[in-house]
Design a protein around this ligand. Structure first.
Ligand code: DON
Length: 331
């Protein structure tokens, strides 16, 4: 198959993979009842919790999908990966590290506690809300529109298009974002938020409300897996150091206070969002050459029912099964 197009694969191994994914979807979709949709954002509470879809894209551009792979969902915290990449490309990693650290917290994603406990209060990492709001305030541009444009430019590099903003989800979260607003004002007070507070919050909540499908997140995962190389466009679209820095933060902080166990039992750099999206970057592997996707892949999963930590219940089970059966762990 030509590597320049994304198309469903026809080979025998890929047909087996496809059947396998369908089987696992069947096996795990009922697990959604163990969690619930993120109704602290009222619009997300209205999602159908029983959706489960997956896309896997290999380095040759072959794409294997199953279930609700084309159901649109908002990026939520997965957007933290993109905003981090954008500011690192704009200012370089050392400058970004002066504004937000790269240490896991073990706290909830929206926790406020460490900002006051450590001095000067630099947010611990860009995958928790505090760090992500700081990062959003750093995006290139002087206005909300310009900052969103700079993020959209990155999306165009990666997936060829700028995602649509889900206005309903944005408004719903904007109206109820009391904790994020508190975080943003506190960050301003201690000198870790650039510019106007409400504008930074607007950028952060708008990036969270950008709408994608698992096909988009799988492609972003694939590019990260390949250290910034876009195998379809055959072009280095992200600097290697930025891709690696981002993946290390996904692995250590991407699943919040479940990141340790996720590294131990799944072992793949991954970022989740409260709308039930999961993005994974699976690097090439030199053992298990006979198993699927030995050259690496990107995985996008969506299932909106989440656990108490904020990770998709059925989606996490599906990813864990894929990682174990296909030996995807980087360890
Ligand atoms: O700021 C929030 O609370 C949401 N917009 C995003 C949080 C999120 O996705 C955490 N993920 N698991």
């Amino acid at each position: 198959m030509s590597p320049s197009i994304l198309a469903p694969s026809e080979t025998e191994q890929h047909q087996q993979v496809s059947a396998q994914l369908l089987h696992w979807i069947d096996q795990f979709k009922d697990a959604a009842s163990q969690g619930k949709c993120a109704d602290y954002i009222p619009a997300l509470g209205k999602m159908n919790p029983h959706q489960l879809g997956v896309t896997v894209i290999g380095t040759d551009g072959t794409m294997i999908t199953a279930g609700d792979c084309e159901a649109p969902f908002t990026l939520q915290s997965i957007s933290k990966v993109l905003s981090l990449v954008a500011v690192c490309m704009e200012y370089g990693i050392p400058h970004v590290l002066q504004r937000v650290d790269a240490e896991p917290t073990g706290d909830a994603f929206n926790s406020i506690i460490r900002l006051e406990m450590s001095k000067p209060g630099r947010p611990y990492n860009p995958m928790i809300n505090a760090g992500a709001i700081t990062v959003s305030s750093m995006l290139a541009g002087d206005s909300v529109t310009q900052k969103m444009d700079s993020l959209n430019k990155l999306f165009i590099q990666l997936i060829g298009t700028a995602p649509v903003l889900n206005e309903e989800v944005f408004q719903s979260e904007w109206n109820t974002a009391h904790r994020n607003r508190a975080l943003a004002y506190y960050l301003k007070d201690i000198g870790f938020l650039d510019g106007d507070v409400e504008s930074a919050l607007e950028v952060y909540l708008k990036q969270c409300a950008l709408e994608v499908t698992t096909k988009d997140t799988a492609l972003i995962g694939l590019i990260l897996a390949l250290d910034g190389y876009h195998p379809i466009r055959q072009e280095q679209v992200l600097p290697k150091d930025v891709a690696r820095f981002t993946k290390s933060l996904m692995l250590t902080c991407g699943m919040y206070n479940a990141s340790g166990k996720f590294a131990a039992f799944v072992g793949v750099p991954t970022k989740s969002g409260v709308s039930g999206g999961i993005l994974s970057a699976v690097p090439p592997r030199y053992r298990s050459r006979d198993l699927p996707f030995a050259d690496g892949c990107g995985i996008g999963i969506f299932s909106p029912s989440i656990d108490e930590v904020g990770n998709s219940v059925a989606g996490s089970l599906l990813l864990k099964e894929m990682a174990q059966q296909w030996d995807l762990s980087i360890f």
